[in-house]
Design a protein. Sequence first.
Lengths: 160, 82, 759
Amino acid sequence: MTRTHISATVNGDPVEFLSDAGATLLDALRDELGLTGSKEGCGSGDCGACSVIVDGRLVCSCLMLAAEAEGRRIETIEGMADGSVLHPLQRKFLEHAALQCGFCTPGLLVAAKALLDANPDPTESETRYWLAGNLCRCTGYDKVIRAVMDAAAELRQVRV
Amino acid sequence: MAHVVAACSTCRPFTGGTTQFEVEAPNVRRLIAELDRRYPGFGDHITRRMAIAIDGEIHQDADAAPLAPDSEVYLIPRIGGG
Amino acid sequence: MSDFLDRSEATLDLKVVGTRPVRPDGADKVTGRATFGADFAMPGMLVGKIKRSPHAHAAIVSIDTRKARALAGVKAVVTAADFPDLASEAYEAGEGAANLRDLSLNCMARGKALYDGHAVAAVAATSSVIADAALDMIEVTYEVLAHVIDVEDAMAPDAPLLHAHLFTEGLEAKPDKPSNIAQRNRLTRGDLEAGFAMADVVLEARYTTAAVHQGYIEPHACVAAFGADGQCQVWSSSQGQFMVRTYCAKLLGLESSDIRVTPAEIGGGFGGKTTVYLEPVALALSRLAGAPVKMVMSREEVFRATGPTSGAVIEVKLGARADGTLVAADVVLKYQAGAFPGSPVGAGSMTALACYDVPNFRVTGFDVVTNSPKVAAYRAPGAPIAAFGIESAIDELALKLGMDPLALRMKNAVRDGVKAAYGPTFRNIGYVETLEAIQNHPHYTAPLEPGQGRGVAVGFWFNIGGESTAAVNVGEDGTAVVVTGNPDIGGSRAAMAMMAAEVLGLPIEKVRPIVADTAAIGFSMLTGGSRTTFATGMAVTQAAQKIVVDLKRRAAQIWEVGADQVDWIDGAAVCLDASKTHPDLTLAALAARSARTGGPIGAQVSLTAQGAGPGFAAHICDVEVDRETGHVTILRYTAAQDVGRAIHPAYVEGQIQGGVAQGIGWALNEEYIFDRDGRMENAGFLDYRMPVASDLPMIEPILIEVANPRHPFGAKGVGEAPIVPPLAAVANAVRAAIGVRMTGLPLSPPKIRAAIDAR
């Protein structure tokens, strides 16, 4: 079986890797690039634990073939902090105790970032519906929603 | 004399249906030994499958736990959580 | 924010316990750096995969692995022949005795496949693609047998039998024919007939629940390396590394000390990871292959082959006087156990009436094997199912009597001094306080619109203690590390650090907790049963207290005063001798001189914690039902619970909110759907429908603190009680909204539509 050579940009850095024909972007991120922050919860695009941003669009990386990443700009959880300075969303998740086991957290954070990039002032309902693609079994979502809306408020102030 | 109640159906094969016992024992280990003396095999069953509630407090693996002369003792199945 | 009702008798001046610091593992979790089971890798690692039975019940006639073994890249193939044939033996390792033979057979079928998804063989290969190809090359010949999954069907005398040598335990006379009923248990009090004779009102009803899965987002995963010298390393996402070690040793005929198990970060467990599925198989493959083997389940495998909890039937008969006093209760519980005996019907029986002071009752429970995956623990195992039946029946009784549902519960509430339904007398419980909390909460009297309804329900869970070891070690700069053996599934490691910091008088930033492997810390019973903050917290606190005694001794030595002339206040030794003028010695100052005052500063405590306080919960739920679609919206939810003392309130609130969310999913949408051939039709998150963010409102927790005097800070376990009331709270609210009693879970839209139509 020949493997395909792929070049892309991940978290601002150029990367190259090989992948099998049937491998997903999630497989490539985790197994070829060592970026294990994105998780596989279901492999069928139903839980959002594998959420990444591809060319500015929120995507389940388990639903995208690795080969489709050719030439694309990909952002994962590993690129969210600025060096060791946490993104306000990451900070608010910690302040609000919006994680328990932490497995769904990377996916939730990436999805929340995509939300605030698209809509800096979401209502609670808009936040809930946007994040409906990210399953969490531990928290009941209460503190997650509070953290996202609090981060949104902080980011709005910074922009002003 | 501790009043002991066995609240479980799995005790039946050992005790033949008796569920209440009067036992004089200063601690749990001696209590189990005495019950085993009366009903051979019962002691091992209690040790492995049961928890012991002494005056309302649940003890598991508490051989040395003391018993007062009028202690209320219940044998209940071990609880597992999730 | 939650309401704090502090009822503890001793007013402690606490500086750390009760605050909300950022969790110590937080940065790794929000940056994707934390290492979960599937994130770990070892050099030369192979990929392990399992071949699974496609039949719900079949004799395994033969397994031919020759072609698979010959495929290039395949390094090992195993079947049951590669595992010791164990005798049936109950062995304590998890939270209760597991039958080792059943556990072994569940990990790898021997002679019979007992459910669709049952493991029959496994391979290890150099890549995932080759492993999959090898699985296809394993030829298994089955003789398909009739299967049975519904619990009452399995109890019928002519049901297909799963085990030829299974005879019902717990009956008066030992049966002469095998059965699918593994056990019948019975709890009785008083005189049932006389009790019902006193009743002015009798209510009889039958309720059903479907099998539901714990639904942790992280599938099971492990890496196992069997060394050439017989020493093994296992890296596993599990609720108990010592449990994994023991079960691997027993299932493979190894010594415990030859297996070192490191707990990975764990992506949810809820009881479902208190047993083993992959680890013994991965070790067996690694032994043959001479290389580490990584095994990760797919989501489909998690559903098909790991324990959900029981589907069940609950039959309730209640008798009460006109003023609402309960006089008699007759309850029958029939729980699916899955392929091997061991449903939580025992706990279901003991908790069913635990909130009520009933003078005459009989609770009968049946543990029934079925051709479905072996049932595993799920958060307060057995209790939510029984509570669904009882709390629905109590709600109906309140309607019949024309009584307020909370008033009915208050009238029959258990209190200190009352004998629990399962036997012992209650002490230091906070049940009445939880009822009062929701009775007085504005939610209870908030107005409702047409089409909306309100339901209340209560629940109970024991919480356990058990064995724990903790070590606290002080560094040369006066900072401390707390070492325990309990995987952190809900934020417990923060609580460990907080308790140690409180005793030592250090700020929380100077105390770091770690969860150690089986070789690096003494034995701990697994994380489950709401035991960690209680039992391991007790060990941590005692270890820190031992250090304080030692620190005072060292200061006394330095100051040349008696040890009783030294106190420890706010992280420093204080000289009480008025005739001396010694400045305080901080922990850092004493640590710097440790070599000259007795050596390294540290302490380890191993204990079996007794006196775990039970948890009581009372919930209010508002719903709106769309009569056209049958869709139920949860509008508002308030959950009061007796938590003893909240060490870290945010994580206690989180446990309540998470348990409520799972209960809502259980009530509304989650269920295992099997086709005619006994195969699960919805083995994925699309059709196994768990609550998402848009399904739920904010969930308001009310923390009631009636301290547990047996814990140094008064803590009670909190994690499990929250899932007990929601099933009935939702069902009772739906009843109020549509005027029809739904007796079968889940309350999915087609069922609600049918109920409305039938009216």
